[in-house]
Design a protein around this ligand. Structure first.
Ligand code: SF4
Length: 156
């Protein structure tokens, strides 16, 4: 399986408060928030790598971290996040996922299979459209993601 890969931070203490984590950034996002701090990760061209390449990045950091964080971009838009999460569980690290909540079915699969320990759900919206955030939270997908988030919090 291939991964649309953006980069790795081998040891991060910022992406999961209280944990040292290796952070894997996955390329691509369905949104275009104007203030996105990872704007280069949204655009083409894609940087397609083999799944094993990403596993190797995680393995290199394993002696120094207790968790893997998948970030982006939007990690849940890639099917590869499932086998990557399986791999992370196999090697005994915790899994955190930064997500904008647009892919509740993928989130559901990870929760139901106990392949995620924590979601960091970050609904982003421009301040210049005051009711945008409210509308976004009212969207069915996001409501589903919130329910899943609550369930995952009860699991961890
Ligand atoms: S949802 Fe996140 S990754 Fe996607 S454009 Fe917005 S800030 Fe960037």
């Amino acid at each position: 399986m291939k991964v649309n890969y953006a980069g790795t931070v081998p040891i991060s203490t910022l992406d999961w408060r209280g944990k040292a984590a290796v952070t894997i950034f996955l390329q691509g996002c369905p949104l275009r928030c104007p203030y996105c701090q990872n704007h280069p990760y949204l655009e083409e061209p894609c940087n397609i790598v083999e799944l094993n390449f990403v596993k190797e990045q995680i393995k290199k950091s394993k002696p120094f971290v207790s968790a893997v964080v998948f970030s982006g971009g939007e990690p849940l838009m890639q099917a590869a996040v499932v086998p990557l999460a399986e791999f992370v569980k196999e090697i005994g690290l915790a899994i955190g996922i930064h997500t904008n909540g647009c892919y509740p079915e993928m989130a559901r699969e990870l929760v139901e299979r106990k392949l995620v320990d924590k979601f960091f759900i970050d609904i982003k919206a421009p301040r210049i459209i005051p009711d945008f955030t409210e509308k976004l939270w009212a969207a069915e997908n996001t409501k589903t993601s919130k329910k899943l988030l609550k369930r995952s919090l009860h699991l961890s």
